[in-house]
Design a protein around this ligand. Sequence first.
Ligand code: PLP
Length: 414
Amino acid sequence: MSTAPSNYFTHLECSMTGAVLPNDRAHNLSPEGWPLLARYDLDSLKHQVDRYEIAARDSVCYPGFWKWRELLPVKDATHVTTLGEVDTPLVDTRNTAAKIGLTGPLLVKDEGRLPTGSFKARGLGMAVSMARSFGITRMAMPTNGNAGAALSAYGAAAGIETYAFCPEDTPDVNVREISAQGGKVFRVNGLIHQCGAIVGALKDEMGWFDVSTLKEPYRIEGKKTMGIELAFQLGWTLPEAIFYPTGGGTGLIGMWKAFDEMEKLGWIGSERPKMFAVQAEGCAPIVKAFEAGEEHAEECVDAHTFAAGIRVPKAIGDFLILRAVRESGGSALAVDDARIEKARTLCAYEDGLLLCPEGAATLAAAEQAVSDGLIAKDARVMLFNCGTGLKYPLPDTSKWIDRNQKLTADLLKF
Ligand SMILES: *Cc1c(COP(=O)(O)O)cnc(C)c1O
């Protein structure tokens, strides 16, 4: 085993046409304008690498998802940019499960434990490490907040200059986090795809590498580690249903890719979870396309929801999201903001786990799926809490007490 190479990354493939591209230089989209997917020599990997050996790796040398290096694109370990990633826990929210009518476990993969407090760390950790390997010195992206935060943090660690463009109403904490980590951040009077147009317009003049969602091939490789990690945590089995808060869909597409790769390696069988793409009612282009039986989604006009991370009116990988959802026998579901708020309160009150709004959206959708009979009551269900609940504005329901008044128990009533 010890003489096995550590890298099996062979080439890139256009996700629409299958055209092959070399992996020895930086790429954005394929020549035809579609996302590129990284491909590996899985045959050799299968015979040379032992998954139990990988899983047992020391977390100091191989923090979190970096332990799966044979399934990742970074060839030279000196380019690995780490901020102390961890395997995120599967939190068993049994009280919440009972409240939504589930008898099987409701497992929340709590991605808020990652550096910068969201699962964007997986994608940007990988994309920045690859950019570093190609000698890139300036990167830019549109962001609803968390991606920009992860880009600025990993960029700082890698010595890469970063620019982030976000909608003007992006949560304050995200905007400030970006600049606190040295990123150059701009608020824009538009939504995320309009921020993306600014990156497109200025990238040549500014010498930026465009790291927009799915416009380069490696964020997805970082996000796919969610799929490997959850299989490992479940003893190389998969849950019956996964609810994923879907903006650009990187995580959903990435996990689906990871499941295929693991099956080819013999790590799992041909079973798959039903994949549920969860969106907010005020911005549900994937849900509309799913229901209409379309391969691509139309741009959502007037997109609105307080779950900023899933306010993505147009996703370049829409067809990849829709394919995975359909092949899995899952569905695309939209939930409104009031139900998202209710779900956030439910899980926090019942199980002490404060979800972010996007994570809460997956809980609201799971509740709907149970009541609509889309999943069995005894199914093993997994939700993705994509970011820490602490990064979002919370309602202040505290009361004021004047310590000089006569103290009575009456004062404590809510
Ligand atoms: C980015 C983000 C999403 C959407 O993730 P995709 O993989 O791009 O669909 C959901 N929630 C939060 C908190 C995010 O930051």
